[in-house]
Design a protein around this ligand. Structure first.
Ligand code: TYD
Length: 213
């Protein structure tokens, strides 16, 4: 992140049914209890324009979508949310929690769809204006458990309905990134534990990193 940005960007990453959305909501409450201003966003989405792009890119009727279209739509949604919300919030010194961001594209489009990490990182640098998270929390869960959770909630989208092998590749790709731990920003949490345990583990990491306690 460039020097003039004072805030703190935390991204939550992981495969389907890892519980990112639930955890982000819980952690938001914890920050608010401490009186910290916190902004919660999701990708793709988060702004009026990006939510429209989300409907297109995840829409179940859009089965004919070309992979390149998918790559560029995720980036378009990202460009909008960074310009409109993320960068201003960070400049204002806020904590920003994002349910997915640039690493989702590295994993899904770069490593699994095969566009390559280099290309996707170049696009990410354009869409985020070179903003890199201070902390990336990988909620890791075995694919079978994640998919079962997702089916139980009954909310699936175009990408959820991929073969199990797709989701296996996603999990392995995330673990590869976390292992490389570029910029020491990655932390892995076992998300197959009960929700409260996952929350505790995440909060402990955040407290340590942000020196909250
Ligand atoms: P969402 O319903 O937000 O999923 P989840 O609850 O699993 O986070 O759907 C986002 C889907 O879009 C998910 O399958 C991952 C995919 N995705 C990408 O492929 N590339 C990206 O850059 C982003 C942000 C998401």
């Amino acid at each position: 992140m460039s020097a003039k940005i004072q805030g703190y960007l935390i991204t939550f990453e992981g495969g389907e049914g890892a519980g990112k959305t639930t955890q982000v909501a819980k952690l938001k409450q914890r920050f608010q209890t401490l009186g910290r201003e916190v902004v919660v966003l999701r990708e793709p989405g988060g702004t009026v324009i990006s939510e429209q792009i989300r409907d297109v890119v995840l829409g179940k009727k859009n089965l004919a979508m070309a992979d390149t279209t998918e790559v560029l739509l995720f980036q378009a949604a990202r460009a909008q949310i960074y310009q409109e919300l993320v960068i201003p919030a960070l400049k204002a010194g806020k904590v920003v929690l994002m349910d997915r961001s640039r690493d989702s594209s590295v994993v899904y489009q770069g490593m699994v769809r095969g566009f390559g990490r280099r290309l996707i990182e170049q696009l990410n640098n354009i869409s985020t204006q070179k903003t890199v998270p201070n902390l990336t929390l990988l909620l890791d869960v075995p694919v079978k458990i994640g998919l079962k959770r997702r089916r139980d909630t009954g909310e699936t989208d175009r990408l959820d309905n991929q073969a199990q092998s797709f989701h296996d590749q996603v999990r392995q790709a995330y673990l590869t990134l976390a292992k490389e731990n570029h910029l020491q920003r990655w932390q892995v949490v076992d998300a197959s534990q009960p929700v409260e345990k996952v929350e505790q583990a995440l909060w402990q990491i955040i407290e340590t990193k942000l020196k909250l306690s």
